[in-house]
Ligand binder design. Structure first.
Ligand code: 5GP
Ligand code: ZN
Length: 111
């Protein structure tokens, strides 16, 4: 059974795409926490950060920089929730890219 993000990769669930190549996809979060909130995923299914091959991350870093260019932003925050106690709800690796082009993002206490 495919997970929800695998279904987005296959276009079985619609998404607002920002950028795509053969290995990665960036799309807008359905429930944004900032004026810009994009999710960046590998097309291949890995459950979470610490189960993802490290080699993939250098390629993913280049892709993430291209997503920022596509969105025309220079200042942004990257977050990945690794495990349910960290806030992970979808168990397909994703990096949240959040930004506020109008000003500063808050940096709230999390506990
Ligand atoms: P997590 O809590 O796992 O780090 O983040 C999961 C994120 O996926 C949440 O921010 C949530 O709003 C987003 N999300 C969940 N389902 C969908 C969906 O079907 N489409 C989109 N675009 N985002 C989703
Ligand atoms: Zn998946």
């Amino acid at each position: 059974m495919d997970c929800i993000f695998c279904k987005i990769v296959k276009d079985e669930i619609p998404s607002k795409k920002v950028l795509e190549n053969d290995k990665f996809l960036a799309f807008h979060d359905i429930n944004p926490i900032a004026p810009i909130h994009v999710l960046i995923i590998p097309k291949e299914h890995y459950e979470k950060f610490d189960l993802t091959p490290s080699e993939l991350f250098s390629e993913m870093a280049d892709f993430i920089k291209n997503v920022a260019k596509e969105l025309n932003i220079t200042d942004y925050r990257l977050i990945t929730n690794n495990g349910s106690n960290a806030g992970q709800e979808v168990f397909h690796l994703h990096i949240h890219m959040v930004a506020n082009p109008e000003g500063k993002l808050k940096w709230p206490k999390l506990v």
